[in-house]
Design a protein. Structure first.
Length: 183
């Protein structure tokens, strides 16, 4: 039985070049469970995934506040991950979720922004294998597993892991805040 996320608001932070399925599949999972999903981006109108999926931006990262959401999802995509980690407003937005102990789901290259937000010390995480050195240099313990859950931080490696990722993401969002989820 899937957890009930009725009344929860989940932010998805992405920009052009996101991995299409890593946005659309978790989006479907959280909305199917009853949550309201909103797309947050440095862009103002719409963004396009690397395979052509277009998504309408609901609010810019500069205007968004973690206090208005119950959780965050960081889809992957090399270009997406690289551009977001260079956007100060996006980095601050991500860091605030950890400071407020809220669940965060990250997949593939989405983890790059976590290094900039400086939220990985002492955490266990997985990602696309090429991020291993960056994540360990930021203080994380990197493992090669389908899905890893560490006190509200849910991580996976690739689109192949989406079924396991989505299940754990919904579970962590339903549980709510985690005291060990800190910035």
């Amino acid at each position: 039985m899937m957890a009930d996320l009725a009344g929860k608001r989940v932010a998805f932070l992405a920009t052009n070049g996101f991995e299409d399925s890593e946005l659309t599949s978790p989006w479907g999972a959280v909305t199917d469970a009853g949550a309201q999903a909103q797309l947050v981006s440095p862009e103002t109108a719409a963004i396009t995934g690397k395979k052509g999926h277009e998504a309408r931006v609901d609010i810019t990262s500069a205007a968004a506040s973690a206090a208005d959401f119950d959780g965050l999802v960081l889809p992957g995509g090399v270009v997406n991950g690289d551009h977001l980690r260079l956007d100060d407003a996006s980095v601050a937005f991500v860091k605030d979720f950890f400071a407020q102990h809220k669940p965060v789901g990250v997949i593939c290259h989405g983890g790059w922004i976590l290094t900039e937000a400086d939220v990985l010390k002492g955490r266990t995480i997985t990602s696309y294998p090429s991020l291993r050195t960056d994540l360990t240099n930021a203080g994380a313990s990197w493992v090669d597993q389908e899905v890893v859950v560490d006190a509200g931080l849910v991580s996976s490696r690739t689109p192949d892991d989406l079924p396991a990722f989505n299940s754990k993401l919904v579970e962590e969002l339903a549980e709510g805040e985690h005291s060990a989820q800190t910035a």
